[in-house]
Design a protein around this ligand. Structure first.
Ligand code: HPA
Length: 265
């Protein structure tokens, strides 16, 4: 991160040291209403910050207390399909580490590759497949150059959130998230291929941040909101507006799950 960015964020946070970062994906921005007296930092005010251009992404940081944690929420992210250099996404994640973050929670909207996992479901990410042909660590100079990805999504955090989901009666699938570059949705043939690869859901985000978070030795938790069945599995054409509508309907379940998690773990 440039020293400009770090100094600006530190001055705005004014001594507040977040331990948990939560990236709120498409249409999931309302979660921050749980924070009383939040510190709000619009991305446009942050020197060198990537600005999301996609509808459903607000583009601001929102910091404060939720449950037992000092959180910093990223309301909106930039995607590689926006032409963003993956190293730039890496820098944003590294900035969080430099601010004190130890736990990284990623949420996203994703298409289901399983006909038994319908739109509106929540899926805990157990692992991912990087099908984007991009890597945020290309050219990275600092630290280990070959991070181990054999346990990228922390098993202990997964177990804890599964226990909470069960107790709260929130149905939670678990599976593998495959990242495509986008921005087009998949063809039915691609959906069949990704299913055969062993993936359960497909989306256009999260993997660059998670690779960087693992490289920074953060504990990672990831949850997808299933916004649609993958192409060819359902009868309808895929539209971004429908994706946002379905995510909005599932948002309350995800909010409750994350709220309980932050209160207890
Ligand atoms: N494919 C890729 N990305 C997505 C999808 C999908 O079906 N739904 C939401 N994001």
């Amino acid at each position: 991160m440039t020293s400009d960015t770090f100094e600006y964020l530190q001055s705005k946070l004014n001594g507040f040291e977040p331990d948990t970062a939560i990236v709120l994906g498409s249409g999931l921005g309302n979660f921050t209403s749980l924070i009383k007296n939040p510190i709000i930092i619009p991305y446009v005010d942050i020197p060198n910050a990537p600005i999301p251009s996609v509808e459903g992404h607000q583009g601001r940081l929102c910091a404060g207390i939720i449950g037992r944690h000092k959180v910093i929420c990223l309301q909106g992210r930039t995607h590689l399909y926006e032409g963003m250099n993956p190293q730039f996404i890496a820098q944003s994640t590294e900035q969080l580490k430099d601010l004190g973050v130890k736990r990284f929670i990623a949420t996203n909207a994703a298409g289901s590759l399983r006909s038994d996992m319908p739109a509106g479901s929540l899926m805990l990410i157990s692992d991912h497949i990087n099908f984007s042909a991009r890597n945020p660590l290309l050219g990275a100079q600092k630290g280990a150059s070959f991070p181990d990805m054999s346990a990228a999504y922390d098993a202990d955090l997964r177990q804890k959130i599964k226990t909470i989901a069960q107790r709260e009666n929130i149905s939670l699938f678990e599976g593998v998230y495959l990242m495509v570059l986008g921005p087009n949705y998949e063809t039915p043939a691609e959906v069949r291929m990704f299913r055969n690869f062993g993936a359960d859901a497909v989306g256009m985000s999260t993997v660059p941040e998670v690779i960087t978070a693992v490289h920074c030795q953060m504990q990672v938790l990831g949850i997808s909101v299933i916004s649609n069945l993958g192409a060819g599995l359902g009868s309808e054409n895929l539209q971004h507006d429908d994706v946002l509508r379905t995510v909005a309907a599932a948002e309350r379940k995800l909010e409750l799950l994350l709220q309980k998690f932050l209160e207890e773990e």
